[in-house]
Design a protein around this ligand. Sequence first.
Ligand SMILES: Nc1ncnc2c1ncn2[C@@H]1O[C@H](COP(=O)(O)OP(=O)(O)O)[C@@H](O)[C@H]1O
Ligand SMILES: [Mg+2]
Length: 251
Amino acid sequence: MERIIKVRGLCKSFILGKTSNNVLKNINLDIYEKDFTVIMGSSGSGKSTLLYSIGTMDYPSAGSVELLGKEINNIHEKEATRIRSNDISFIFQSINLLYDLTVKENITYCGYLSNRNKKEVNKRTDELLERLDIKDIENKYPSEISGGQQQRVAIARALINSPKVIFGDEPTGALNSSTGAKVLDILTELNEEGQSIVMVTHDLKAASRASRLVYLKDGRIDGDLSLGRYNEKDSESREKKIFEFIKSRGW
Ligand SMILES: Nc1ncnc2c1ncn2[C@@H]1O[C@H](COP(=O)(O)OP(=O)(O)O)[C@@H](O)[C@H]1O
Ligand SMILES: [Mg+2]
């Protein structure tokens, strides 16, 4: 499989007054196309910082990051914005829909920003509304729908530009287990169709969807587990395997 992310010697420090908080310490990591890569680690281990550094949302303090064949550690903000609207997408725990726009408008708006062909965007929006089971609420506003529905809208929005990678930062973190499972089913299905996904989580059920699990501890990679494709039938044994693995890393 093709490599889509190459990280070498990545360090990230936050300077607070006279002290330097070294959050990422010499990370070396390759992430591959079509994988469902999950980054796990306890709270504060640097998962979000790593995700943002490889996803053009933040800059490394040292080291290099290549995303889709392009070095991104020194790119201008304008170029980072271009990459984020054309090549990749993010979904977050806090869903961040635009509250003055309807469900449908939230999706098309994002599409229009990078694709001038409105007809094409509208057609793809309709497909995504069907696919994510939100067609019946297309004219509602975010405040009128549930959290699970909002996250499905966010996924539709993330897909409107057919991103090469979807980055997720605890996308099920604010959902209850059944609406969370529905969101995970969607991500799993997309991945089965070849969508590359890189997701941060500290939830075992979410992690069990991974084809590969990377464990972060104190800003260093402290484990890398290959899991193969998710299969609902062996979800329990996957969860057990992951639990044993992270426990052995000091979870
Ligand atoms: N923008 C920031 N400014 C200062 N410190 C930060 C910033 N972002 C993260 N940190 C610090 O980096 C550490 C790791 O944070 P984070 O990557 O969010 O961890 P995780 O996602 O694994 O919970 C924490 O100590 C956090 O306080
Ligand atoms: Mg985080």
